[in-house]
Design a protein around this ligand. Structure first.
Ligand SMILES: NC(=O)CC[C@H](N)C(=O)O
Length: 201
């Protein structure tokens, strides 16, 4: 089977790092800015950045509804940090007018681990990633306050949920694209490959 085509939502945030990590995990990676580009990918990464900005730009570029439709239809999707916030069904403390794509039955708290200068790295055990713990880079990261019954917790740090999966949707508070360790991207590209083969989850 040919390599899966995986888009990176390229409205704002660390797009290039995800393109590199996806290519290293044997996917064909391309930026997505328009609904026509979204229609052509097998899966999508929503990068870190600023969730309020990504939300506003998604509405402005006419991408919010197409994104919701594809996620609802089961397209594999992976959100890091601000991307995790975009995949949450509910934000505890949204900015006024801030919308999400949704897809994971969870409530997130923005900037939960503190401000920019309180960013940190920590070893995180992630279910589904074998070997050494992942080096988690947390940058003004959200945490997950609570998950619904259909969402599976994949990782915790300091007693807080930092990685979640629900069906074909994956989200992490931290940024694996910044570490050169591509195992979390491999987990996601494997989800996309399984989806293309029509395997049920
Ligand atoms: N590194 C990040 O993606 C930060 C997320 C940011 N605090 C937000 O609310 O969107």
């Amino acid at each position: 089977m040919t390599a899966p085509v995986i888009g990176v939502l390229a409205l704002q945030g660390d797009v290039r790092e995800h393109l590199v990590a996806l290519a290293a995990a044997d996917a064909v990676a391309r930026p997505v800015r328009r609904p026509e580009e979204l229609a052509e990918v097998d899966g999508l990464v929503i990068p870190g950045g600023e969730s309020t900005t990504i939300s506003k730009l998604a509405v402005l570029f006419g991408l919010m509804e197409p994104l919701r439709a594809r996620v609802r239809a089961g397209m594999p999707v992976y959100g890091t940090c601000a991307g995790m916030i975009m995949l949450a069904d509910k934000i505890l403390d949204p900015r006024s007018g801030q919308e999400t794509v949704g897809g994971i039955d969870m409530i997130v708290r923005r900037n939960a681990f503190g401000r920019q200068n309180e960013s940190f790295e920590a070893a995180v055990e992630v279910k589904g990633v074998s070997g050494e713990p992942v080096e988690g880079v947390f940058i003004r990261a959200p945490w997950v306050e609570s998950v619904g019954a259909s969402a599976e917790v994949l990782a915790e740090h300091g007693g807080h949920i930092v990685a979640v999966r629900q069906g074909n949707a994956l989200a992490t508070s931290f940024h694996p694209e910044l570490t050169g360790d591509h195992r979390v991207h491999r987990l996601f590209t494997d989800m996309v490959r399984a989806d293309r083969r029509g395997e049920s989850l």
